[in-house]
Every structure is written in C-alpha cells, then in structure tokens.
Design a protein around this ligand. Sequence first.
Ligand SMILES: *Cc1c(COP(=O)(O)O)cnc(C)c1O
Length: 420
Amino acid sequence: MTNPTTDVRDRVLSLPSGELPAYVYDLAALREHAATVRAALPERVELYYAAKANPEPEILAALGPYVDGYEVASGGELDHVAKAVPGRSLAFGGPGKTPDEITAALELGVERFHVESEYELHMLAELARRAAPGSRVAVLPRFNLPVASGSLAAGSLAMGGRPTPFGLDPSEADSVMRLLTDGTYPHLELRGIHAHLASGLRAAEQLAVAESIVKWAVGLAERHDGVRLAEVNVGGGMTVDYAAPEERFDWVTYGEGLAELVSRYPDLTLRIEPGRALTAYCGWYATEVLDVKQSHGEEFAVVRGGTHHMRTPATKGHDQPCTVLAVQDWAHPWPRSAARRELVTLTGQLCTPKDVLARNVRAPGLRAGDRVAFALAGAYAWNISHHDFLMHPRPGFHFLDDVDTESAGGEGAQGEGFAH
Ligand SMILES: *Cc1c(COP(=O)(O)O)cnc(C)c1O
C-alpha cells in the first residue's frame, strides 16, 4: 500500500459518491518532485517533459519552472502544449509526422525537430524552405541504436536496438549526415542526435545507455569532418516501479553520472525527456467500492470506474498500488457487503475479465462504500484509456494546489473541473 498526502485523502473522502471516480492531482507534490529532479541535474543537461505522459494543462504549467521545454509527438500535442504553456520551447518528435503537422510546427516556431526517417527529412527540408526561406530549422535525426542487452532490466520496454518503426537505422547514419552537411538542405541545421531507446530503466542502466548514445554520436560526427554536434538527446524512460511505489528513480546518481559524461565533452549539451518518472507520482485515481463478493474461493471488490479510466494496470500487466480509505457512514437502509478474507481483487465496472485494477490487495473487512485511492496515476493513466467503452460517466478532475488555494480563495480556487 502507499499513502496519499492528507490533502489528497481529505479530498477523496469529502467527495460525494456521485462525484467518484475522480482523478486527484497533487500539484504541490509535483512541484516538489520536479524541483528535486532539476536540482539533481548538472549544467549542460536540459530537461524536457514528454507531454504524452500526461498533457493536462495544469500539469504542464506546474512543471514550467523546472523544465527547459516540452517534447510533443503529434500535431494535437503541439497545438495543445503551445496553448497551455505559451512561449515555451518545444521539440517535435514522433513517427509519421504529416505535412500539415510539420507546417503547423514551423509556423509555431518549434525549436527542434526530431527526424524519424530520410523521407521525413526530405519533407521537412522542402516545407522549411517554403515556410521560412530566410532561416534554418534545427534538426536532430533520431537513431534506433543497439542497446546492450545487459543494460536492460526485466520489464523494460525497448524502442531501440531491434526492429521497430522508430527512428533511423544506424546504417543510414552516414548518408543522413552527408545530406545535412553538404549543402543539400540549406534550410536545415544539424543540431545534434536524438535517441530514445527504452523505458523502465534504472539510473545505472540509463547512464550506460546515455553513454553509449553519446559515444556513438560523437564517433559519427568525427567521421564527418568539421561537423559539430551541439546536442545529444538521450531520451526518457526513467523507471517508475509500480511494485515499490515509495522507491523513485535515483536522480542523484543519474545526475552525477551525466555530469561526468558531459565533462568529457566540453562543447556538448545533453538533453533528457522523461515523462512517466516526472508525473506518475502526483496523480491519484480515487473511487468507491460498489460491491464485495466471493467467487470460486476468491474475493472481489467491484469499484466505480475501472480500466476505461485508468488503463495502466491492464496495459502494463501490473497491480496498481492503492490505499483503502475506510468509510464509516453508510447512507443506505440495506447492509453493506463486506470482505471475509484477507486478500481482495479490485475490479472495475466493465463486462470483461480484463478490467482488473489490482489483484490480491490486503484489505480485510473491506466494505461497499469504502474508498480506494490508486497511486501512481499521474502518467499514462487517463489519457491512454478507452473512455467510451460501456458508456460509464467520466471521472472528475481535481488539481490540488496550495499556492492557488491561498492566493485565489473561494470557489474554483483548487482548479475544479469536470470538463473532460
Ligand atoms: C514516450 C517518449 C518519451 C518519454 O518516455 P517516458 O518513459 O515516459 O519517460 C521520451 N521520448 C520519446 C521519443 C518518447 O516517445
């Protein structure tokens, strides 16, 4: 089990049943965490937030003071992030960019393009020539580099080092370098190299990956005389351990390792673009137990909502960590169903056996009407879920923020919103 802060707990317990489930985001906790991450990173390491992990405008804004910019991976994200955090640096990545998306990005003045293929490079060059004939667009080709298998932990998700649709094949590196340096594309400027090879890595593994990317990139530049690499983006993918929610990615060790790495290359700026490890911890998916029942020797509690709101445990095949908040008041004239065993499996309201949020949760005496707060629901949770399946109502959204509550006061001060 993992414990919500008092603010989160109070909010979850104060909501009427009809306003559950709810996503409760602790923006104060997010700020504190982001400040810790920032403080652990040395100079010449830039921090971009991968918006796809959680693009809620309040989250993007709360991260503002701690990040150098945002990585977007679609025209939709581009538009949304540009509005939510106007004027901030954006990097546009992701496979299958359309000509319209690229044009929109050029018009918005996106700072960097992470180019995924040679075809995309040709397209970008032509669109850049038309959109901004007098200027140059910064390009970082993304490469699908080999990852030493020893550096990948079990449960990590590899985007690189094996056949995938992501990035350029390393065999294309020399021809792409030539195209970007021989005057073929006067409207493009080779700024550096990008790679995002795996997710779910611990600090030591991340450092090994970062070092191999940098070495490869520097070696490539050396093969092409006179090419100066200003930046290497080593991607995101810092682990979040759903089985040990109190443990966090070791940012201090990672920062120290990156400091050592950049010290070897005085002209280089490194960039990282984590998503999950920045925002997972600030989010809670809170709900109410609707029923508790036995089935073939096991006990199940059905909660309001389910994996159509928080798909994370279904996609990752884990048990979402949670805390039970017992509720004493019972408004109904019928008795509450209650658990008779120690361990209870928490499921949602969907008519599919896949709608499991957490198996074998130790919750003796759990009763209908009790509340459950699922932790680590701040990344890849609501925004990856199949909301419309079975037509249940959408959750509420609450953004708890000490700063706003004190200064603004009154209704709406805590960023209440049910607009999703
Ligand atoms: C998804 C993604 C990230 C962020 O990954 P996390 O595992 O959330 O840290 C960073 N860069 C690229 C290119 C991505 O696709």
